[in-house]
Design a protein. Structure first.
Length: 82
């Protein structure tokens, strides 16, 4: 996702929190799910680009160093006050 590529993953663990199915990537559980997700992305360049861009945006906004730096600063400030 960070590379801006459309993502397909199994719906396990944190994948279900990070990936919003059909928006920031695809969650595939069965063989048919995997086939349909891969086939759909191969067939639709615009969809690949949209999913890739949305996935990258989510990673940058929620999981990057920049996104976490302010939160960590607040944690440290609050810890120092205690």
């Amino acid at each position: 996702m960070a590379a801006g590529k459309a993502t397909i993953a199994s719906p396990v663990g944190v994948n279900t929190e990070i990936i919003e199915h059909g928006v920031t990537g695809f969650l595939a559980e069965t063989d048919q799910d995997w086939f349909e997700s891969i086939d759909g992305l191969i067939a639709d360049k615009v969809l690949r680009q949209q999913i890739g861009a949305a996935g990258r945006e989510k990673v940058v906004n929620k999981y990057s160093k920049g996104a976490w730096s302010e939160r960590l600063i607040d944690v440290y400030k609050n810890a120092m006050k205690a």
